[in-house]
Design a protein around this ligand. Structure first.
Ligand code: MSP
Length: 669
């Protein structure tokens, strides 16, 4: 039996017949949220994901690519591993079924079942579906099509080895009845029970003749056969425990707490895997949870339709956390859902930019303005409204736990967002800007801002399993240094941990608003557009000269290439106030400026080639326009953290400024 303080979570192991898509990302992100959550609660977590590298699908994909199956797997495996890194997946191990120790475990189990007469050889004639790699009986097949994938089946007759699955039918029914959370959600449990109670469970063909399929694990008792890919794949959940943790951890982690799977592979898990475990005298997992499928813009996702959602592109465009949030917030886990880029932009703007992003930014702005950028003092005298906010945080803390035990991610997120809304209402109710007008209200003002900051600290921690980078950014901006690898949620939630007087660090917006694409613009799946800079995921920037004025005469003008609005939006233009200006020694042209991008931001140093046109003193106090997201570069050994906009070509004619008085740091577009 697994130790009580452990948590073992698995994803399906993915076929390496193609690159990863949204379906793979979905299960893996969901598993990651649970792994992170249980670590925060102090459990010893083992989170396993990996690849299913044998079988017909992989053999066919390799043949199509004209390479050996192992080389094909080796080529594709890093694409999964890289994606998991980009999506902040915190898996403890990554199994590949071509790992030699995995193959030995599969062979050991096959031998054990064969020795115990639970595997036997027999002739078999049936309808074979190449896609699903399985036989169907006469009554299963309708109009010559596979009842599962609806592809044509062919009649095949061959010797095969069979696992005596049928003999476990009653025991399995009983197990499902006795363990209400064994198959989840309930609707799926009822489906499996319904099927098992009305149909006779047959034996399972677990071999494939090498003449038909060579890419698999050889049967230890017959060299002419390899094992059926599912018998190999399902064993990964236990073989991994023998060789992937630092020390063998079978007793510690088995049985698994949760096997996360898609609805299409529930039968293989609930029936094949469960009966295999019974035959091997191993305990069954605690829960097999089957989630729904994503369609894309209302259509089935498929390569032939060209609408496969590439998670890498989602990360490029929206950032990992926004994508993670969308996947788990948009659709109740267990149900089917529809993915569209429009829905994603709506969620990002309403929940992330306007919701958590705005709450953090307005809170920090007020702390900067009214409290000198330092955490305010707690007010010991609380009224009903203050108490309601603190109580909400306590209630949500407990309620999220219940929701995550039931894998209801969207409801857990909903609870966090109801706290965000309540905090916004609290601010509107308390009106700190009104309190700030009268010094007699100082204690009240600080108390209100303290409560908001404290609520944000909790929101940051509760968000961590879902959006790890955002959680770090929220708490860092609050001036906290939190170690998220410690069991932060293992004790009762404690209100009042913020230290008055400590500096906050207001940073970039968590989630800049995304302007809806103009009509006719291409969609994410076909246009690789770069990400917007966010605090959590900085945008890629390129080193560029720091002034717009080339030193040499330009060549004959070529027709300028047109750029899309998205490309333009990559450039962050902002107003900036010149604080100081001086000449760079030994340079006629270069001036060194210190500019401000608004209260609470560190001054920036910019080296600009405008020294022939301007005396440094004449620039002090001027509001100019700068490119704010240029990667820093050195000019004559001096770091420049941006670029000044100026008119002129080989010669600077004038600086770009703003007619009206606007605050430094205002966006220019
Ligand atoms: N190799 C097997 C699993 C073996 S587990 C011991 C397999 N691999 S798969 O790569 O084809 O599928 C992996 C997962 O992706 C499945 O859980 C499947 O449900 C999921 N999805 C595939 N397309 C999907 C969507 N469109 N939406 C959501 N998940 C989907 O099956």
């Amino acid at each position: 039996m697994s130790a009580p303080n452990t948590f073992y979570i698995t994803t399906p192991i993915y076929y390496v017949n193609d690159v990863p898509h949204i379906g793979h990302a979905y299960t893996t992100v969901a598993a990651d949220v649970l792994a992170r959550y249980w670590r925060l609660r102090g459990r010893d977590v083992f989170f396993l994901t990996g690849l299913d590298e044998h079988g017909q699908k992989v053999q066919q994909a390799a043949a199509k690519a004209g390479i050996d199956p192992q080389a094909h797997c080796d080529k594709l495996a890093p694409q999964f591993q890289e994606l998991w890194k980009r999506l902040s997946i915190s898996n403890d191990a990554f199994i590949r079924t071509t790992d030699a120790p995995h193959k030995s475990v599969v062979q050991r189990y096959l031998q054990q079942l064969y020795d115990n007469k639970l595997i036997y050889k027999a002739d078999y004639t049936g309808w074979y579906c190449t896609f699903d790699e399985r036989f169907w009986t006469e009554k299963d097949v309708e109009n010559g099509l596979c009842p599962d994938c609806k592809r044509p089946v062919e009649k095949l007759s061959e010797h095969n080895y069979f696992f005596k699955m049928g003999q476990y039918q009653d025991r399995l029914i009983e197990h499902i009845k006795q363990h209400p959370t064994f198959i989840r959600p309930e609707s799926r449990r009822n489906e499996v029970l319904g099927f098992l109670s009305t149909q006779k469970l047959g034996d399972l063909s677990i071999s494939r003749p090498k003449s038909r399929l060579s890419w698999g694990i050889e049967l230890p008792f017959d060299k002419d056969y390899v094992t059926y890919v599912w018998f190999d794949a399902l064993v990964n959940y236990v073989s991994a425990l023998e060789y992937l943790p630092k020390k063998p951890a079978f007793d510690q982690f088995w049985p698994a707490n949760v096997h996360l799977v898609g609805k299409d592979i529930l039968t293989t898990h609930a029936v094949y895997w469960s009966t295999m475990l019974m035959a091997l005298n191993l305990p069954l997992p605690e829960t097999i949870f089957a989630h729904g499928w994503w369609t894309v813009d209302g259509e089935k996702m498929s390569k032939s339709r060209g609408n496969v959602v590439d998670p890498n592109k989602m990360v490029d465009e929206f950032g990992a956390d926004a994508f993670r949030y969308f996947l788990l917030r948009e659709v109740p886990f267990g149900q089917d859902g529809d993915f569209s880029q429009d829905a994603m932009v709506i969620r990002i703007n309403s929940d992330l930019a306007n919701g958590i992003g705005n709450l953090l930014s307005r809170t920090l702005t007020m702390i900067e303005k009214y409290c000198d950028g330092k955490t305010p003092k707690r007010n010991q005298h609380l009224d009903e409204v203050d108490n309601a906010l603190e109580n909400q945080v306590h209630e949500v803390f407990n309620a999220i736990h219940d929701e995550l035990c039931g894998l209801q991610f969207h409801r857990a997120l909903d609870l966090i967002w109801s706290t965000i809304h309540l905090t916004d209402e609290y601010i509107e109710d308390k009106k700190p800007w009104g309190l700030a007008k009268d010094p007699a209200n100082r204690v009240l003002l600080e108390g209100v801002l303290y409560n908001v900051a404290e609520t944000l600290r909790h929101i940051g921690i509760l968000l961590y399993p879902f959006m790890p980078q955002t959680a770090k950014s929220i708490t860092e901006q609050l001036g906290l240094s939190i170690d998220f690898t410690t069991p932060l949620l293992s004790q009762e939630l404690s209100w009042g941990k913020m230290t008055p007087g400590s500096k906050i660090h207001k940073g970039l917006p968590l989630f800049p608003r995304i302007e809806p694409k103009p009509q006719g613009a291409k969609t994410v799946s076909d246009t690789p557009t770069p990400s917007q800079p966010t605090a959590a995921t900085p945008a890629p920037t390129t080193a560029t000269p720091q002034v717009l004025t080339p030193t040499a005469a330009p060549p004959a003008p070529a027709a300028p290439a047109q750029i899309t609005i998205d490309e333009f939006m990559k450039i962050q233009l902002k107003t900036a106030k010149v604080l100081t200006a001086e000449r760079v020694p030994k340079s006629e042209k270069l001036l060194k400026l210190q500019v401000s991008l608004g209260e609470g931001t560190e001054p920036r140093q910019i080296v600009a080639g405008i020294g022939k046109k301007y005396e440094p003193e004449s620039l002090i106090g001027k509001t100019i326009i700068i490119v704010a997201n240029l990667k820093p570069a050195k000019l004559m050994g001096i770091e420049s953290q941006g670029m000044v906009l100026a008119a002129g070509d080989s010669e600077v004619r004038g600086l770009a400024t703003i007619l009206e008085e606007v605050d430094p740091g205002t966006k220019v577009k």
